[in-house]
Design a protein around this ligand. Structure first.
Ligand code: HEC
Ligand code: HEC
Length: 281
């Protein structure tokens, strides 16, 4: 490509210098031809650049496909564990003192709960795990869950069925309300907090009860039967659509989001005041 355009340029130069020798009358047309040749070679270069860009874009797409979730999902859970979890839980998942507990026998329920609620991987070992968007795709999580489950027998992922909200209220009052409050809006459990339960889905609620994350105690089937667990799940899910949750009439979204809205309003007011002061100065 480059050789061709060089040749074009060379012949244009030759033609231009030939034109120099020619009469004054023919000179302008030779100059026109020369600049046309320059333009042609510039066009060739532009086309080459465009082709290179297209090739680069294609290469990016191919590279993107190679590292996309579909490709990483094919990696086994052990490899994912080695890269994302072993720093705290150890290469053999037997735990690292001061960093993370052993996961031998933690079970599928614990792994699924901690991964699907974005609690793991933790960023720093001594902080309370918080709910957040999961770090891994569903397929990657499934691979990690299979790996942790393979380390020893532990609670399986529960599959709650539709339960009775009235009975659920009583069980929740007896077992859960002390920490999460009777409306499941959350509360303080020194040195941590019991979260509001509006974000957890049915499976995650049942998993939390059987696993007992962080400061929450686990409840086995003697303390809370599977049928009672179904009722508790029904009650917690029903707390999402109560008639009125109090607070301002901004869609009954509860006290914490309302606090955020208050901050947003206050922040806007402050900005306006700062603007006014700035204009005066
Ligand atoms: C001793 C206090 C305590 C009791 C009792 C308790 N919890 Fe919890 N619960 C907690 C704490 C603390 C957390 C947060 C754990 C963490 O940070 O990983 C939690 C987390 C949860 C979560 C996860 C919420 C989310 O958004 O990810 C659910 C669901 C849950 N609890 C349900 C229950 C249910 C149902 C009961 C009753 C059977 C119950 N809890 C009893 C303290 C408690
Ligand atoms: C920065 C350190 C750190 C990293 C990284 C980390 N963990 Fe953890 N993990 C912890 C700590 C600390 C706890 C105990 C917290 C608790 O009890 O809630 C824990 C608890 C867990 C539990 C619950 C154990 C049980 O017996 O209930 C599971 C399951 C888990 N981690 C899985 C993982 C997986 C899978 C990864 C990688 C994707 C990971 N962790 C990455 C520190 C870490």
């Amino acid at each position: 490509m480059r050789r061709a355009s060089a040749a074009t340029r060379a012949s244009a130069t030759a033609r231009a210098s030939a034109a120099t020798g020619a009469s004054a009358a023919t000179r302008p047309s030779a100059a026109t031809r020369a600049s046309a040749a320059t333009r042609a070679s510039a066009a060739t270069r532009r086309r080459a650049a465009r082709a290179a860009l297209v090739a680069l874009a294609l290469a990016c797409v191919v590279a993107g496909l190679a590292t996309s979730p579909t490709a990483t999902a094919q990696q086994d859970g052990r490899a994912l564990f080695a890269s994302a979890c072993s720093a705290c839980h150890g290469e053999d998942a037997r735990g690292v003192p001061g960093k993370g507990p052993s996961l031998i026998g933690a079970g599928a329920a614990a792994a699924d709960f901690y991964l699907s609620t974005g609690r793991m991987p933790l960023s720093t070992p001594r902080t309370e795990p918080q709910r957040g968007p999961p770090d891994f795709t569903a397929a990657e999580r499934a691979a990690l869950v299979r790996y942790v489950a393979s380390l020893g027998s532990g609670p399986d992922i529960p599959h709650p069925r539709p339960g009775n909200t009235q009975r659920g209220f009583a069980a929740f009052r007896d077992h859960c309300a002390g920490c999460h409050s009777i409306t499941a809006r959350g509360g303080v459990v020194p040195p941590g907090t019991a979260p509001a339960l509006q974000q957890a889905n049915a499976t995650q609620i049942a998993e939390a009860v059987r696993v007992g994350p962080y400061l929450m105690p686990p409840f086995n089937e003697r303390q809370i039967s599977d049928a009672q667990l179904d009722d508790i799940v029904a009650y917690v899910l029903a707390q999402r659509h109560p008639d009125n949750r109090g607070g301002w009439g901004i869609g009954n979204i509860g006290p914490i989001p309302e606090g955020l809205v208050a901050w947003l309003l206050a922040g806007t007011a402050l900005l306006l005041i700062a603007r006014l002061l700035g204009e005066r100065a």
